[in-house]
Design a protein around this ligand. Structure first.
Ligand code: MLT
Length: 314
């Protein structure tokens, strides 16, 4: 019998799929401290997590039976991949399962921030009727700069095209011809930053991309640019963005992800013209069902030795 510990909330569809498997037993225990996880993990063959659990070197070393860590979602920046590799633990994610949800959240925030939707709602709810205060801008005929032209970046680009936007992008790992086939102009970062009316981030966090949107990058952008981040908080120097919002260099930002989550003390919380959401990119019912099913099937297949899909440390 394979034993799986699920230490973050997983979609019910994934648990239902596990219930159908006769050779698997699982426990859902969320909110464990690092010490509790170290004490708990030796009994399990696999660990399934979302972004809340952070399996570091100590936790992975304590997992003496541990063979697989399944990340229900895309980002594996909360897992110590080097430690997992050192201990022979396979780490796998579900790279496509929540992409549509994330792309739709990006468009939702882009539209909401362009039309002052939240501020206008708050005003009406407060008994006001200030139509002239909330004149927005259209997406049509604007230029969208996409940083990171992976699967989510491409879904965002396709949707933004439907709104009549011109799409430019920066991604050092994508060929210009590939982008051109999608009707996207690939540019060096500086040129892309200088041309975009709205900039949306879809990169993973690496040593190259950490704080890539910093004061120097913002200085290259158009005055009045809008920034949307539904990827990872660590891509943006929050103080630099807050300063640019205060000065008006950046007209508005939609921020779904933060350097630290929850973002206690983040300078973005007191900056003007920010639309905040609590890391909801992947939070659709459909995405969570897909993510849950995909990760339990992948993890169990790996435990059985029948297939190894989406292993990020092969
Ligand atoms: C992901 O990496 O899949 C998303 O950020 C959603 C999540 O953290 O669960």
């Amino acid at each position: 019998m394979y034993k799986i510990l699920i230490s973050d909330k997983l979609g019910q569809a994934g648990l239902d799929r596990l219930d159908q498997m006769k050779d698997v037993a699982y426990d859902v225990i969320t909110g464990l401290s690092k010490e509790d996880l170290i004490a708990t993990i030796p009994a399990y063959d696999a660990l399934i997590i979302r972004s809340g659990t952070k399996p570091d070197a100590d936790i992975i070393a304590a997992g003496t039976k541990l063979k697989v860590i399944g990340r229900a979602g895309i980002g594996v920046d909360n897992v110590d991949l080097a430690a997992a590799t050192q201990h022979g633990v396979k780490v796998m994610n579900t790279p496509r399962a929540n992409s549509v949800a994330t792309a739709e959240q990006t468009l939702a925030l882009m539209l909401a921030v362009s039309r002052h939707t939240v501020a206008a709602h708050n005003s009406v709810a407060a008994g006001e009727w200030n139509r002239s205060q909330f004149v927005g801008t259209e997406l049509a005929e604007k230029t969208l700069g996409v940083i990171g032209l992976g699967y989510i970046g491409r879904l965002v680009a396709r949707r933004a095209k439907a709104f009549g936007m011109t799409i430019i992008a920066h991604d050092p790992y994508v060929a210009a011809e590939t982008a051109a086939e999608m009707g996207i102009i690939l540019l060096p970062l500086d040129a892309m930053l200088a041309r975009a009316d709205i900039i949306t981030l879809h990169s993973v966090v690496t040593s190259e991309t950490t704080n890539m949107i910093n004061a120097a990058a913002i200085a290259q952008m158009k005055d009045g640019v809008i920034i949307v981040n539904v990827a990872r908080g660590k891509l943006i120097d929050e103080q630099a963005l807050a300063d640019a919002l205060h000065s008006g260099k950046v007209a508005a930002a939609a921020v779904d992800v933060y350097q630290n989550e929850p973002p206690v003390g983040s300078p973005l919380l007191t900056a003007p013209n920010v639309l905040h959401t609590p890391h909801l990119g992947a939070s659709s019912k459909e995405a969570q069902a897909r993510v849950g099913i995909d990760i339990v099937e992948q993890v169990v297949d790996a435990l059985r030795g029948t297939a190894y899909r989406n292993v990020v440390n092969p």
